[in-house]
Every structure is written in C-alpha cells, then in structure tokens.
Design a protein around this ligand. Sequence first.
Ligand code: ADP
Ligand code: TYD
Length: 209
Amino acid sequence: MTIPQGLFLTFEGIDGSGKSTQARRLADHLQAQGRDVVLTREPGGSPGAEEIRRLVLEGDPDRWSAETEILLFTAARRDHLERTILPALEAGKVVICDRFADSTRMYQGLSRGDLRALVDQLHGLMIGREPDLTILVDMDPETGLSRAKGRQGTEERFEDFGPELQRKMRSGFLGLADEFASRFRVIDGNRDMDAVARDIAGVVEQALV
Ligand code: ADP
Ligand code: TYD
C-alpha cells in the first residue's frame, strides 16, 4: 500500500508581485484538473495563525523588536503547519501557500540588520520543513510598489518602507533562488497575468508527474 503524499508549493516575491493572484489562479487550474487543493497563506492560514497575523501586521510598526517579530512569524508558521499544512499533505492534497519561511529569511532576516542565521536556527528547531517547489514571482520593485499601493487596508506591509527595501528584497529573493536552486523556479512577473499563469502551470505540471 502506498502512503498518499501531497505536494507542498509556495509562492514568494516582493509585495505587489502578483503572488496572491497567481496562487489563486494555480489553485483554480489544478482544481479544474480534479486535484484536491488547499490554498492558504502566511502569516495566517489557521485560526491561531490569523490571530498572530493581526498582531504582526496591524498597529504601530515599531511595536515589536526584530527578534520578537521572528518569534511571532515562526509561532504563526508552526500553528499553520500543525493544523493546516501537514494534515493536508498527509491526506495527499496539493498545498499552495502564499509566502512561507523564505519570506522570514528575507523580511526578518535582512530588513533590520543581518538576522538570517537566527531565522534559520529557529526554522530548524521549530519548522524543519521546506516546500517541494517554490515559485518566485520576480518583479521590478517600482512596478511592484505601485501595484501594491493600489490596495487599501489596515495592514502594515513592508511595501510601506519604500523602494529601497523593495529593491533589497528583490535581490535577496533572487539570491535565495540560487541558494535553494533545486526547489526554486523564477518566473518573470512583469507580464500580463495570463502569460505568468501559463508559465507557472507548466512548471508545476512538471513537478506533479
Ligand atoms: P502580491 O500578493 O504579490 O502582493 P497581488 O496578487 O495582490 O500581489 O497583486 C497586486 C495587484 O496587482 C493587484 O491589484 C492585482 O490585481 C495586480 N496584478 C497582479 N498581477 C498582475 C499582472 N501580471 N499585471 C498587472 N497587474 C497585476
Ligand atoms: P502578504 O499578505 O503576503 O503581503 P503582500 O500581498 O503585500 O505580498 O504579507 C504581508 C506582509 O508580511 C508582507 O509585507 C511580508 C510580511 N511577511 C514577513 O515580514 N515575514 C514573513 O515571514 C511573512 C510570511 C510575511
């Protein structure tokens, strides 16, 4: 008897790169093929982790130190992993997650000093799981910023820190794609949504065979 094994896919990239749009489109595409798909996001994706999302993305942006923020994002991820991601994978489903640990490596690891080693240590202790495949939607930082600014809401995002940080995050994500080359696929997000979606579907179908 074979144990069903799901596929764990993540989307990464700067704010406004089109991750959420493409994650949704990929979920629809795979569902139309009859696959069992769970579409989820970070921070969040389980009731407890959604509560932590409010703590980290709303209110005064200087509320938490960089180190406390790493703990909060990792706590949210642990709850999400236990309650949503692992049960779905064990049931043989495809899990599509909008951001995961690579976002912590970038935002908490690089934006307020070099805390990458701390992020990796905590990840090793508390999460210890990498995606099977990570789609990096690569995007020109200025375009990403203007797309992201078009949204309204009460959440504080890193886009609010401006173009400098967006540029740093973009090159950081490209660096991660080199570091974890076997699971990363870089997709050019500076095109119309259909073209981007087609490339992503192609890359994922290769991983599913
Ligand atoms: P992210 O999740 O990476 O922040 P979103 O998917 O929320 O990005 O997209 C940000 C904004 O840009 C949304 O208004 C979305 O409709 C728009 N958008 C997404 N992809 C494209 C694209 N390829 N071309 C033009 N606009 C896009
Ligand atoms: P998200 O809702 O994906 O924002 P966007 O759609 O604009 O890309 O994520 C909200 C913010 O949370 C985003 O600015 C990135 C940040 N974030 C971190 O700083 N660390 C993390 O580990 C994660 C998952 C997100």
